[in-house]
Design a protein around this ligand. Structure first.
Ligand SMILES: [Zn+2]
Ligand SMILES: [Zn+2]
Length: 154
């Protein structure tokens, strides 16, 4: 877990971290919507905060333990495509260094959440994981080519 606190929130909301996912990750408030929980879990992956991920995972599907310390995935950007009352469809952009060369990918997933006392992550249905190419339609569904859209963050 990183001890450094980011200034702007990793989830891409352009808000200050403490006013966005930070208040959930630091247990000051509970997310009131699946999208808030989804964003905060993405930020927790960026920050490698295993405790928050496990605590917000429903006990039916929660792994026994989670160790992200050696995970080389570099999470670059989150785009929320759509959400319903208990699901969030998102795209996460990431890079991985293989033999010193950066490779860029995106993951498209539909995550399901369940409300008990609080919202919990139940499971994710992976729709697609693929390498990013300059001329592909941007996975964030803006209608632009990747190179003219989310590529600017890399
Ligand atoms: Zn956030
Ligand atoms: Zn885009």
């Amino acid at each position: 877990m990183l001890t450094q606190t980011p200034h702007t929130c990793p989830c891409g909301s352009e808000q200050v971290f403490e006013a966005c996912c930070g208040k959930f990750i630091n247990n000051k408030e509970y997310p009131s919507t699946p999208e808030q929980l989804m964003r905060s879990r993405y930020s927790a992956y960026v920050l490698k905060n295993e405790n928050y991920l496990l605590n917000s995972w429903h006990e039916l599907t929660r792994p026994h333990s989670l160790d992200l310390s050696n995970d080389s995935t570099q999470w670059e950007k989150l785009s929320i495509i759509s959400s319903t009352e208990n699901t969030v469809h998102f795209v996460a952009f990431f890079s991985e260094s293989v033999n010193g060369k950066e490779n860029y990918f995106y993951l498209s997933e539909n995550s399901e959440f369940i409300k008990e006392q609080n919202w919990y992550y139940l499971k994710g249905m992976e729709l697609k994981t693929s390498e990013l190419t300059k001329n592909m339609p941007c996975p964030c569904q803006s209608g632009k080519k990747f190179k003219r859209c989310c590529a600017s963050i890399f």
